[in-house]
Design a protein around this ligand. Structure first.
Ligand SMILES: C[S@@+](CC[C@H](N)C(=O)[O-])C[C@H]1O[C@@H](n2cnc3c(N)ncnc32)[C@H](O)[C@@H]1O
Length: 326
C-alpha cells in the first residue's frame, strides 16, 4: 500500500486525542500511541518510550517499506520525537532461519537520530530500563501497565513472578513492600531485572532471582514449605524452546497452561491469589483464559476484578488476564 500522509496524520492525531488521559500528568512516559485496527491502522503498533518511539509493523498488514518510512518520518515530526525505530513482526520466525532483520539491532533509527543503548521510562512511581534496538522486544510490555499498578496496590507480602523477563511486575510490587521471587530461564533478562530494581532504589532483599525453568522451580518450591506465596504471577510466552542440558522443557502455551495453573496452586499460601495472563492469540479471545483456568481447577474460582484496559490499549484484545482466588 502506498503511504497516504494525510490519512496517517489523521489516525495519529485522533489516537493522540483518545490518549490524553494516559499521559496528562507526565507520570507515564511509555505508552501505546497506535493500537492497530483499534486506531484504524491494522497491523501497526506504535509505542512511545520517552523521547523515542517504536513502530511495530506486522507482516500481515502488507505495508511497503516506503509506507513504513513515511509513517516513521511523519510520526517523528508530528509528535516532536527524537527517534522512531521500526520493528518488522514476522508471524513464523522459524522462516528467518535464525537470522533477524539487521534493523532490530541498529542504533540508527528509521527516522531521527540515534538514541543511547538504554533509556529510562517512567510508569507512575516506577522507572524501567528500555532498550529500543536490542531485538524484537524493548524490556517493557506496555499492556500490563494497569495490571502492575493494580497488583501492587493489593500490598501482598510474598509474590512469585514466573516468566519474569525484566522483572517489570516486581518493581512496583517490591516498592509496595513485597518480597518478589523472579523466575526466568534467561540470565540476561534477570540481570536486566536486577538493574530495574536498583534503578528504583529497591534493596537487594526485596527480590530473589532464580534462573530456572518455571515448572522446575514450582516442583522445587512444592518440596520446600518455606516457598509459599500470597500472589503468583503467570505471564508465559506463546512458545519457548527447551534446553535439556539446563532442565528447561519446551513451552507451548496452548498445551501447557493448564498444568502451569495446577502447579502454581501447590505453592499458593492459604487465601493467595493467581494472576494469569496470555498474549497467545487463541487464549486472548474473550472468556477463553477464564474457561481454561476453570477446567484446570475443575471448578470456578473466586474471580477478582482487574482494572479496565487503559485508553492506549483498550482496543487491542491481544492480551488476556484474569485474577482469581482458588
Ligand atoms: C512474555 S515474556 C514475560 C513477560 C513478563 N511477564 C513481563 O511482564 O515483563 C516471557 C519470558 O519467559 C521466559 N521463559 C521462557 N520459557 C521459560 C521457562 N520454561 N521457564 C521460565 N521462563 C521462561 C523468557 O525468557 C521470557 O523472559
Amino acid at each position: 500500500m502506498d503511504f497516504a500522509a494525510a490519512r496517517f496524520a489523521d489516525s495519529l492525531g485522533a489516537a493522540g486525542r483518545r490518549r490524553t488521559t494516559v499521559s496528562a500528568d507526565g507520570s507515564v512516559t511509555s505508552y501505546r500511541l497506535l493500537d492497530g485496527s483499534g486506531d484504524g491502522v491494522p497491523g501497526v503498533y506504535l509505542d512511545r518510550y520517552g523521547p523515542a518511539a517504536v513502530l511495530n509493523v506486522h507482516e500481515d498488514a502488507r505495508l511497503s517499506q516506503s509506507w513504513v518510512t513515511g509513517a516513521a518520518r511523519l510520526t517523528l515530526e508530528q509528535l516532536g520525537l527524537e527517534a522512531v525505530y521500526v520493528k518488522a513482526f514476522v508471524r513464523d520466525r522459524s522462516r528467518l532461519g535464525g537470522r533477524e532483520p539487521e534493523e532490530l539491532r541498529a542504533a540508527d533509527p528509521r527516522a531521527g537520530r540515534a538514541q543511547p543503548e538504554s533509556l529510562v521510562v517512567r510508569e507512575y512511581g516506577s522507572r524501567f530500563e528500555v532498550r529500543l534496538y536490542d531485538g524484537l522486544s524493548t524490556g517493557l510490555f506496555l499492556d500490563h501497565r494497569e495490571h502492575r499498578r493494580a497488583l501492587a496496590r493489593r500490598g501482598l507480602p510474598r509474590v512469585l513472578n514466573l516468566f519474569a523477563y525484566t522483572c517489570a511486575f516486581a518493581v512496583p510490587l517490591a516498592a509496595a513492600g513485597a518480597r518478589v521471587t523472579n523466575v526466568d530461564v534467561s540470565a540476561r533478562y534477570l540481570e536486566w531485572g536486577k538493574r530495574n530494581l536498583a534503578l528504583n532504589g529497591l534493596e537487594p532483599a526485596a527480590a530473589r532471582f532464580f534462573r530456572m525453568d518455571a515448572f522446575a522451580y514450582l516442583a522445587y518450591a512444592e518440596r520446600h514449605p518455606g516457598e509459599r506465596f500470597d500472589l503468583v504471577i503467570l505471564d508465559p510466552p506463546t512458545f519457548a524452546v527447551g534446553d535439556r542440558r539446563r532442565g528447561v522443557k519446551p513451552w507451548k502455551a496452548l498445551a501447557d497452561y493448564p498444568a502451569l495453573v495446577q502447579a502454581a496452586l501447590r505453592v499458593l499460601a492459604p487465601g493467595g491469589s493467581v494472576f494469569a495472563a496470555s498474549n497467545t492469540r487463541e487464549l486472548a479471545a474473550a472468556g477463553v483464559l477464564a474457561r481454561l483456568v476453570t477446567e484446570a481447577l475443575g471448578y470456578a474460582p473466586a474471580w477478582q476484578t482487574l482494572p479496565p484496559w487503559p485508553a492506549d490499549v483498550s482496543e487491542s484484545g491481544r492480551v488476556a488476564a484474569v485474577l482469581f482466588v482458588p
